[in-house]
Design a protein around this ligand. Sequence first.
Ligand code: 13P
Ligand code: SF4
Length: 311
Amino acid sequence: DLTGIDVRAEIERLRKERNAVILAHYYQKPEIQDLADFVGDSLELSRKAAETDADVIAFCGVKFMADTAKILSPEKIVVLPDMDAGCSLEDSCPPEKFKAFREAHPDHIALTYINCSTEVKALSDVIVTSSSAETILQQIPKDQPIIFGPDRHLGGYLSRKFDRPMLLWPGVCIVHEAFSETELLKLKAKHPDAPIAAHPECPPTIVDHADYVGSTSGILKYANEIEGDTLIVATEPHIIHQMERALPNKTFIGAPGADGNCNCNICPYMALNTLEKLYLALRDLQPRIEMDEDLRLAAKKSLDKMLEMAS
Ligand code: 13P
Ligand code: SF4
């Protein structure tokens, strides 16, 4: 029971006392984004985690992100406010099945989306994020066959854009799958001049209507560049908080799901983190990411490859 506790003041006190850095993804609740030391996309958050000189990383995002921070910064204590903050893409790709898939295609390299478990990273050659995938793919020789997992929509998008056939793992993000093409077109009819920005985790029925397709940081940059005053945003709607902060004179509309509003596109995993749980994580240094050292080193190879090829 936290009645009577000033959670925000306690977070401030503990952040200093523990020499902690609070990292948050753009899909976190506004109150978490606002007190974080750094808010970013998956690639930027990985870089911050690798570079920080804090003793504790409080990761406000989902588990694969906190795992990535631990892989890159093993000497730090990494806490995740809610250990159940998973990801449907990670769940779709059990390591033993992924291993069998790889073994069935020994001439293919595994280009793998960062939204996966540490075990799957350890079975992969190069990790990508949505902001680094295009740069990395273009460095892979044309005749090299590729397995791409776990997001079939991101893989399919890259495959079509660069005319590169790929064997796709059949995973999806439940959040980006929930956008409705019919409702999007109805919204567009009401705002014919508003461009549409979409994350590549969206299915082709959404991406094909988009004026811009890119990562969360890419969509934020695009919001800055549009000529008109309204943008339709087809990704998790909490990102709109950053847009409204940076561009108060523009209007941002979350793309709708089948019920005609954007609430069904809130990521249920990201939403598990709260200020109260962040306070408890800083106080107790739990829930904490722990990892087998051999597994960590194996996963680090494909992540290091990403950091090297992305820059
Ligand atoms: P990015 O922020 O890297 O675009 O990732 C989006 C996402 O779905 C994270 O779970
Ligand atoms: Fe996973 Fe989708 Fe949630 Fe991102 S938005 S954490 S990809 S379920």
